[in-house]
Design a protein around this ligand. Structure first.
Ligand code: MG
Ligand code: MG
Length: 272
């Protein structure tokens, strides 16, 4: 492991392999949670399922105790965007819940998020989820060796703007990841291409667009964690952790390594 300028951590192939193990735990945990999230289930029950699945996979939940966070996942419902605390809230038909999950294997982190509809939701919410997920993939697909971090930012924003009018959060961003969950550089979800640290082999980034059906302005609730939209409009959040190898792009938290989605966008798969 080495560090480039501006604190960017560069992983060896062996360290990336450990991040892949962590990423697979995260990806599989999110699949379990996607199935478990249904009307009548509380966010606290989802949290218990997540912690059990992460620990029984030989990993440690990244979020639990992070700056005092009390859960193993974040569960953000409807107008909550990110950092919701799991608890007594019972999911109801028509809700959407964004689930953010992190796991540590041998000191290396994976971080990913999905938004899940509970039963039938309005078409505009389904579309919001689709646009948010696709914006994440377009951002990842824009990363190539020799490029710059904000190539990703530009691609995320461009895709969102091509799909309609959505709020893009600016106060929260993607990030570097590796021996810690949050590292330099920040990966904004908007802005011009060609800026920020150079994209090199062994860099790992979490790309995580947070979109709303309304404005971009958000506030933190009195619980000091939950981020909600100021206008009450609903939000979606998708995230994956990826790296660049000599042969292409490897999405460490996707169960297939991102191979299918990358191929659809014409990007070479770089997984091992
Ligand atoms: Mg996350
Ligand atoms: Mg993250």
């Amino acid at each position: 492991m080495g560090f480039l300028d501006r604190g960017v951590e560069i992983k060896t192939p062996e360290q990336v392999d450990a991040m892949r193990r962590a990423g697979l735990v995260v990806g599989r945990t999110l699949e379990v949670l996607r199935d478990a999230a249904r009307a009548g289930v509380s966010t606290g029950e989802l949290d218990a399922i997540a912690e059990d699945h992460i620990r029984s996979s030989g990993a440690t939940p990244s979020f639990l105790g992070y700056h005092g966070f009390p859960g193993s996942i974040c569960t953000s419902v409807n107008d909550e965007v990110v950092h919701g605390i799991p608890g007594d809230r019972v999911l109801a038909e028509g809700d959407v819940v964004s689930i953010d999950c992190g796991a540590i294997v041998d000191g290396w982190h994976g971080d990913a998020a999905i938004t899940v509809a509970i039963g039938a939701v309005p078409d505009e919410v389904t579309e919001l989820m689709r646009v948010t997920e696709q914006a994440m993939w377009h951002g990842i697909a824009a990363a190539h060796l020799g490029g710059r971090v904000t190539d990703i930012s530009y691609a995320v924003e461009r895709h969102v703007r091509s799909q309609g009018r959505y709020g893009i959060l600016e106060d929260y961003t993607g990030h570097g990841i590796g021996s810690a969950m949050h590292q330099p550089p920040n990966v904004p979800n908007y802005g011009r291409a060609g800026k920020g640290p150079r994209l090199v082999e062994g860099l790992a980034l979490a790309v995580e667009p947070m979109l709303t059906l309304g404005g971009k302005d958000v506030s933190v609730l009195d619980d000091d964690w939950t981020v909600v939209t100021d206008d009450g409009r609903w939000a979606a959040h998708y995230e994956h952790t990826f790296t660049l190898t000599a042969t292409g792009t490897w999405v460490l938290t996707a169960i297939d390594g991102g191979e299918e989605q990358l191929a659809a966008l014409g990007v070479r798969f770089g997984g091992r």
